[in-house]
Write a protein that binds this ligand. Sequence first.
Ligand code: AZC
Length: 833
Amino acid sequence: THEPLSDAALKTWKTHIVPEKNDTKSIENDIVHHTITTLCRGVYNLDKLAMYQATAHSVRDRLLEDWNLTQEALHRENPKRCYYMSMEFLIGRALDNALHCLHVKKNYQQSVENLGFSLEDLLCEEKDAALGNGGLGRLAACYMDSAATQDYPTWGYGLRYQYGIFKQMIKDGYQTEMPDYWLNFDNPWEFPRADIRYEVRFHGYVATKMNEKGESRMTWEGGDKVQAMAYDVPIPGFDTKGCGNIRLWSSKPLNTFDFDSFNAGDYERSVAEQTAAQNLTSVLYPNDNHLVGKELRLKQEYFFVSASLQDIIHRFKRAKCPWKDFPDKVAVQMNDTHPTLAVPELQRILVDIEGLEWDDAWDIVTRTFAFTNHTVLPEALECWSVPMMEKILPRHMQIIYDINLFFLQKVEKVFVDDRELLKRISIIEEGSPQQVRMAFLAVVGSHTVNGVAALHSDLIRKHLFNDFIKYYGPDKFINITNGITPRRWLYQANPDLRDLITKTLGSEDWATKLDLLKELKRVADDVKFQTEWAAVKYKNKERLALWIKTNMGITVNPDALFDIQVKRIHEYKRQYMNILSVIYRYQSLKKMSADDISQQVPRVVIFGGKAAPGYYIAKLVIKLINSAAHVINNDTSIQDMLKVVFIPDYNVSLAEIIVPASDISQHISTAGTEASGTSNMKFVLNGGLILGTVDGANIEIGEQIGAENIFMFGVLSDEVEDIRHNQKYHGLFMDPSLQVVLDSIQGGQFGDPSIFGPLINTLTYGGDYYLISVDFKSYLQKHTEVDATYRDRKSWVKKSIMCTAGMGFFSSDRAVREYADKIWKLKPFKVEA
Ligand code: AZC
């Protein structure tokens, strides 16, 4: 709180509007201004990077006005807000997106050209903000875009990692990792808030003391403290004055002198402690759908929720509302269980510090939080050992025990004497050591829990949270199917398709009302339109082919069928099955006469994705893909009918080139394992067909675009358990075509077979947990069907159009509206110019 400015000062303030003119001359002036002032560079010392930075700064000035307007208006009117807590935000690049949101791209293109550069070149100078692993982090970024675009007063909270997801390099066919130190140069897309800092405590002990009312309260004392400093990342909305924000926390050493914990005389050690404090937020844990229970990670999680809650409470207190109104002003969405410590943390603040009674506090907590589950994979469910928690967060551990005790007492009243149920539903899992089941804590601490696609939500109701439904009833558990932002994933990534759609529909309204795409169905049979549509796809394939040629030296033919699987490498996603089928195709070609080969549908099979650095089997899959690619791509006898490409370092920016170029993409997880998937939506939105299993959002995509426009195969999720059971007791049936493929690998056709032994064992000795041998036959059959369909180009193009036309439902605008209506009870808050 500061003294208000005098009226005169305020007037100056209000009339000083940051860049208002978007004509090319003004833009040029602004860019030059930044090269001189912000960068301190002369005309003879300007490279692309400097030019990018100056350009970015000039765009950021234009965003700032909207950012300030929005935050001021929110401050004044104080509507209910939502906070999206996520340990990951996989944003990618910001410049192109901002130019589109502000509708200034054309003029910027011209201005940059007038200054002697090309805008497309400059865009590539930007480093991706890669503060996420995969689907979960990218979803958070899409939701921030949609919340801003639809004027929902929503802020993201996260961590400002200095190292984003590692850079992947392929050496000798193997993945190697390089640190992604993305903040090397100045980052125009963040505002450091040196004045917004909070202290966060770890370790220490719990004591009792009297509060002002003379009541006895617990207090958390001693231990080590670090500071959280805020960095704000503006999130422009498309076509609106409103501008969203993601507040990222960075850990800093505490600079105040703390006599209690100061090691008198040990200077070196105190410097080391300071460095340790800074290291807390330095690196993003590179695991997707897999928990690695490291102490530093637990500290990151607490650091993140502690700083965020202090900030939220600080804002809440400014309006001087009573505590009971907190849930009417604040909704918190927990993106998976990573922020679940926010539940005991808010309870601790309310009871220990604010002096509320336990039950009143708990009522506030459970009306504030909601929780999104993103996975059913057991290895991804967070469990923290009780001894570790007790050491790092002693007071929280007590509170979790109390939350659990009161919860179990209530359950017990309803299900008298059901010891087994109590054991199953307990937040604490017995064992040595005991574990805290974070998903259960999140359920108990939330008013609403959601899954991310219809099948996934059904599965968590039936299995993971089934006992909770017995107690709470079904209404607490809902589905909100994921979505993607059409701005980045079509408007920006696929300019030619964007222009064709806009021309056909007569306006750009579809970019914010994606349901309008269904109007494309009217022209799906129109030959001229089909030709234009196919030409766009071809051009996008040429663009990708050029990228592959330039960066990897591999020639691929844009006339071939582009078959793409890009996503994190994981056994459950079955890239292994894909490469095995590619080898099968290769062997089939090898058996054909030259004449027959020339009659085949040429295919380019493209892979991309990172394996977690410690995930041995996933890394072997990458090696197998590259070994197979080496043999296949160099075999002239197959007349280029098959090419295999592993694109290194798959990331958001590469996805923007890859996604528009697919004829078909693969989403082939074992049924019941992929909660939703979101790249499936991106590909279909861009007119790519999909080959997929009956899993996640594939199912709903099929419903929306029509079963005739999607290639589905494989066992159903409710068959999986029985099949596994049978395999265990009656042994594995190895599909003969699969056996031939495995034999060729073991026979050394793709290099030293001993390398691949452990990979092959996952099928033969591992019990084929992901059912590759079970689905292989129907998978190959679908591939044959894909080839046959592709031969009929007219019908293929029509399917492609019907794909895009049916994707309205999968806009993240729709998803965010559902969150706002069903969970957050949040209204849009329009900011006027
Ligand atoms: C992913 C799911 O695997 C993916 O299917 C889903 O589309 C995505 O979340 C967004 O909901 N999950 C994760 O990335 N990580 C975890 C821990 O679930």
